[in-house]
Design a protein. Sequence first.
Length: 193
Amino acid sequence: MELFDTVVAYAGHPVRTALEIGAGTGKATRLFARRGVAVTATDPDGAMLAELRRHVPAEVRVVRAAFEDLGPGETYELVYAAAALHWTEPEGRWARMAALLEPGGVFASFGGPVQLADPAVAEAVRTARAPFLDGDDVPSPDGTPAGYDMQWPGTELQRSAWFTDARQRVIERRLTMSAREPRRAPAAPRLPA
């Protein structure tokens, strides 16, 4: 998969160990674990981890903990968050992230907006949401306007004393779903590393 290949290419070497922040039901966990990475999946929600456990290989280590509750000591070649980093506390985020990485390790964050390609479906969704939401736009946690070349969390990484060489790459995906196969569309990956 292009996302995995992009992360490993940025790392510059095979990635053997990874820590996932906010693993949820394990969509990203499966991607990395199936490519031979020893993943430790963390999430504070026990119900999410129970669902994750149903879908990931037995070798995946599962830890019920919020990012802020992870203890020092164990380090990883890769720490990543798939559409979950915005749930972490900003204060001390990057120092804590750096402490979880082995020397030369890589941090990756991915996830992003979903845009409906079918105008009729997009209008139906907008109409259904209108009584509850003014729009689907989610503001950047650090105030970066949409359209800037670097988006959050890359903008924070660029200002961090703990990280260098922040990069962002947009990987577009197109999903087709029929009415008989309703699924939640995953977010288009956005990769600041």
